[in-house]
Unconditional design. Sequence first.
Length: 500
Amino acid sequence: MPSAESTPTSVHESYPVHPTKDDEVSRSGSEFLGGPLGRRALLGTSWWTPVRVIALVAIGMFALGLVQKAPCYNGGWFFGASSQYTHACYSDIPHLYQGRGFADGLVPYFDKLPGDMQYLEYPVLTGVFMEVAAWLTPGSGSIQHQEQWYWMVNAGMLMVCAAIIVVCVSRTHARRPWDGLLVALAPAFALTATINWDLLAVALTASAMLMWARGRSLAFGVLLGLATAAKLYPVFLLWPLFVLCWRAGRWRDFGKALGGAAVSWLVVNLPVMYFAFDGWSKFYTFSQERGVDFGSFWLILAQHSTDPFSRETVNILATLLVLLCFAGIAVLALTAPRRPRFAQLAFLIVAAFILTNKVYSPQYVLWLVPLAVLARPKWRDFLIWQACEVAYFLGIWLYLAYTTSGNAHKGLPTDGYQWAIGLHLLGTAYLCAMVLRDILMPERDVVRRAGDDDPSGGVLDGAEDVFVLGPAAHPPRHAAHFDGPQVEWGNDRGADGRSL
């Protein structure tokens, strides 16, 4: 099949891309730090490399997120039902230390728990993470003292995950290391980092993306399988990768990725599955049995309906919606005028799941932050989306404060919370629309406009198409005239021998 049309853009260069030169918001924000990078700047001559600077910024922002939880650490988690909500500092971590048997030395998945939740409802690798933190928590003192320690131990381990994430994002697009600063400075990232254990799966997924960008298909698969053993969403990345490899004819690399993911997932899960199947399967049955919950458009529908959908109906409809989105992404990947970048489709697939799911916990934003930065490293659009997520973060806690404050009604009523959900949905949909526009109009893509093809695509970067559908399969014989150099997409090589 013919390769896609050339896109008018700048010729590929080997020098790094600096956001202060091509991003208006970044340029304006840099005034606080001395202004945009000048043409006489000495690059590569200091210990303060972009990756190190970004890692330190991320750790600093993470520490600010810990400070934001201080009112709960000093009492909100332990005294008063609504205090942790009015201060917006809620975390699952201290509550589940005792609630899931870690304080009593119970073994996750093997030992039954007292109460309604008979087994730990998290995937196996997350359960291991939680158990390791419990081993590092002193078993002496009051239960409040132990829960405080447990949260701090988890916070330290999650901080390592946060550092891994920003380093991997900074290195995935080799010529755009400063894009990692978007992750490091993301306010929703800092606010939600220690609500739950999602950063473990996000760190493994970011590491997998880096391995794929480096052309290490098997390592990508192994890390993605481990990420799926910590949270379900990473497995969705295999679908856009399958479609892109189909378009490029890279079946061997996809097979290595799929095999590595399957083997690593089985290595983690099989022992627990074999010896404690009931405990292992709790995560999956809990997801099915869970009703419509916070943050979803399903909740708005239920609250406005006198006869809301049953749980089974919502499960079916939500599954159909996400499958429809998966099919649409496949069609997009095979018909786009230029093969979409892997990060673009990875973001869209996870965003589609979040938008159609029956629950949206505030920490789920962590899944999208690294993918959003790789898909569309544009400060304006990223900050618009982050503002919507911060609004939702505040909205859910104020709503819970309202529902737990009795007749005092302190907080946000139902109608106000629905507006917060709407902001979250609109913000995510807006960013999806921007990514879709970049795919359909590649000349608007800030990554490709700088001269790259697919820097996170690994073996897909610069590869020719072998299977294309629609108009992309029959490019016009004579391209429209435009001024300036072109970057040919395919096997054409520049003077330095690299794919253009």
